[in-house]
Design a protein around this ligand. Structure first.
Ligand code: FO1
Length: 338
């Protein structure tokens, strides 16, 4: 069984962890893993240069979560992390002081930065880093090219333009997300470089050869949406032979985690499981998904989503632990088979 999953950071990673746990029980490889081949296409729009280091938050979150190194409390970065270098940099007054650069995490960024400088591609670097972490999936960046999400906001320092309106500026997604906790209303998102970005090696093949394609409960705008914005990927999914199933990141009108509501608001999409399904669209109608899983709390919208041409089921969607997530994954596979 070949599965291709698009993934952002925390939500996507946790879902894949449950998927692998489920597959280990249904397609065991005899040593606790699975014979199924799972390819994770990771979002790189969050990537950022920090203190001269190339940081890939979503790729690292997938790698650490599946490799057993993730901080359970934060959902990002390493377990047992310290922030000594970060404090020392702040003592020098060096910005950005708002970015949580962990000491263990720095090793990952040093290896990545040196390898990129030596001419290796992000795909090659990611594969090399995964040799240590053994995530149990093939982790591919969505692209080896730079495609960086920036957010257009009113200048937080209150500057005005010539006509006395708030000056609009673009700040890096990480600054919006971490420094401002997405509280600055976003006018729009700009993915710098996306127009000329190409899918990383293996990405289109993973989609084309998949028996199942999954949109996990990642941020539909800045994670899944960014991956779909890489030229070629959206069309590959629309025309894929495999069924495409999505898992709602919104339960009862609010994101389960993170600030997807701030992102959805920016693109004029209501924060609801039905609105996100509509946003992704039915594949029979030029969209991306065939099936949509919502939480039992949203059972009332199953009919509405089904009327869109998307088959819909309401199941428990809270990833409270690996076993609960494995049950969600089982429902995904079962929904597809039915
Ligand atoms: N998220 C935060 O809320 N605060 C941080 O200081 C922070 C630092 C950080 C460092 C490395 C990394 O891989 C992720 C980090 N994140 C942090 C999470 C990250 O901003 C988001 O998870 C993704 O970019 C959105 O999915």
């Amino acid at each position: 069984m070949r599965i291709a999953a698009l993934a952002g950071g925390i939500g996507g990673s946790r879902f894949i962890r449950g998927l692998l746990a489920h597959l280990a029980s249904t397609h065991p490889d005899g040593s606790g893993g699975t014979t199924a081949e799972v390819t994770v296409i990771g979002n790189t729009g969050d990537d950022i240069w920090v203190h001269g280091l190339r940081v890939c938050p979503d790729l690292d979150t997938v790698m650490y979560t599946l490799g057993g190194g993730i901080s359970a409390e934060r959902g990002w970065g390493r377990e047992g992390e310290t922030f000594t270098a970060k404090a020392e940099l702040a003592s020098y007054g060096v910005e950005p002081t708002w970015f949580g650069l962990g000491d263990k995490d720095i090793a990952t960024h040093l290896v990545r930065t040196a390898s990129l400088a030596a001419g290796y591609s992000l795909s090659e670097v990611t594969a090399a880093l995964c040799t240590r972490w053994q995530p149990g999936v093939q982790l591919l960046p969505m692209s080896d090219d730079r495609a960086e999400t920036h957010v257009v906001v009113d200048d937080p320092n209150g500057a005005m333009d010539d006509s006395g309106r708030p000056l609009q500026i673009a700040i890096h997604f990480q600054e919006w997300w971490i420094r401002y906790r997405a509280t600055l209303p976003a006018h729009s998102f700009a993915i710098i470089g996306i127009e000329t970005a190409t899918p990383a090696p293996g990405v289109l093949e993973a989609i084309t050869n998949a028996d199942l394609i999954i949109f996990p409960p990642s941020n539909p705008v800045v994670s899944i949406g960014t991956i779909l914005a890489v030229p070629g990927i959206a069309d590959a999914i629309r025309s894929a032979a495999a069924p495409v199933i999505g898992v709602s990141p919104i339960v009862g009108g609010a994101p389960v985690r993170g600030m997807a509501d701030a992102c959805l608001r920016a693109i004029g999409v209501e924060t609801s499981a039905a609105a996100v399904a509509t946003h992704y669209g039915a594949r029979t109608n030029g969209g991306f998904i065939d099936t949509w899983l919502v939480d039992e709390e949203d059972a009332g919208i199953v009919e509405v989503v089904s009327d869109l041409g998307i088959s819909c089921r309401a199941i428990p969607l809270l990833m409270t632990d690996v076993a609960a997530t494995a049950r969600m994954a089982a429902e995904c596979l079962q929904a597809v088979n039915s």
